[in-house]
Design a protein around this ligand. Sequence first.
Ligand code: C2O
Ligand code: CU
Ligand code: CU
Length: 502
Amino acid sequence: MKPLSRRSALTLGGLGLASTVAGGAGLLWSQQTASPSATSSGFGAPSGDPLVQPPELRSADGRLKVRLDAAPGDVKISGRGATVLSYNGGVPGPTLRVQAGDTLNVSLHNGLNDPSNLHVHGLHVSPSDNGDNMFVTVKAGESFDYEYQLPPDHPPGVYWYHPHHHGFVADQVFGGLYGAIIVEDPTPIRATRERVLVISDITLDSLGRIPPVTPSEQMAGREGQLVLVNGQVNPVMTARPGERERWRIVNACVSRYLRLRLDGQELQLLGIDSGRFQTPGDVDEVVLLPGNRADLLVTAVSGTSIFQTLPYDRGGPNGMMGGMMGGGAGPSGQDAQSNPRGFSVATLTVSGDAMTALSAVPEQAVPPDLRSRPVTARRELTFGMGMGGMRGGSMMSFTINKEVFDADRTDTTVQADSIEEWTLTNTSQMDHPLHLHVWPMQLVEENGRAVELVVRQDVVNVPAGGRVKVRIAFDDFAGRTVYHCHILDHEDNGMMGVIEAK
Ligand code: C2O
Ligand code: CU
Ligand code: CU
């Protein structure tokens, strides 16, 4: 495997960056589309509070049993009351820690006013029955018992859970319904401490309520005016020089691409999604599409570093976003957390006596390179935007192969245990991050260029006007599930298809 280049911007094919463009395009255009009242709501004031970890629930004797209550409720953000949605009263919900081979039981209780359900994003588990079944509806006031059986060779790494009821996904995730899942390493990796960092975004008005989404925000894919980590605005972390921290990062934003930096510290990327590198590579920057996760090692260096997310230009419908970009923050005064160059997510302060360095990370097991395997079938998916079809109006519609989602139609039938190559073409002027359930993808080609880095990821970018190729091993499970754009507004408006493996 080709090693990651040393101290350079990470080029992970569909994850993003060919180079780090200084002063590049891609201002935070959501800030111009949002209601002016929200920009001065005051929720963005950094609190200086220490980063809080979500509660952790850990499996024992091969099983973890969890009850998740999804409900509206009040939380504190930047010390002020906000009315959001949460699992078990927290944003994010509890972190679920399991091991390969475990059984995870989740009893979901829907205390929302709308239908919901649960998805375990990235887990390689059965999509049938009471497994990771996308066709389950849990009506308001009802409950459902899920059981996920992780195979004994399930890849370690960072995963997450969130609602997945078509038509309600963006609202419910934006509202605060998400949590991390960690599949532990078969052989522990030494670190001084581990942090779970669930990054999300949200917009709150001056009363702490989430304003209704507008059709143009849905078209673009809504981006919140606040970027939260573990439900906090710019919290503080501290460490001593030489300490090695393990950061488990989840991009739980509905639409926002995260371009994460932590200048001044030493970063090594252990893996993305269910993909692991044999040896972690040094990186300066990690791009996470909506739904992606990073497993990152941070070796602390004296000083104060801002963990920030920089703007990312993901295009816009019909080029209209071009006109909205370049304005910078509104005159009403953006909250202190953000500026046209990005958002500070958290601050890391490193001081004190130096610790002795920990030993190098042992070689990690990596999945086979699917480029060396025979392809049994080829398929094309085309992502498009057209007029008509959006809920409640004749706005843009979002399609895959010219169809909007229909749960009763099976769009793609694949043979279990086969290896397919999919060509993903985007005819629209904005990027679409494609997510496939159950089976991770290996990006092999991007706009005609071969991708050498071997990594299994479950969300890949299909750039505006571009074309990428992925290979997929349909291992282990038969059943019906979905693939979709992980800009959840696009998914809710039809950019999703049904796949069946048999
Ligand atoms: Cu993260 Cu189909 O979802
Ligand atoms: Cu998923
Ligand atoms: Cu999309």
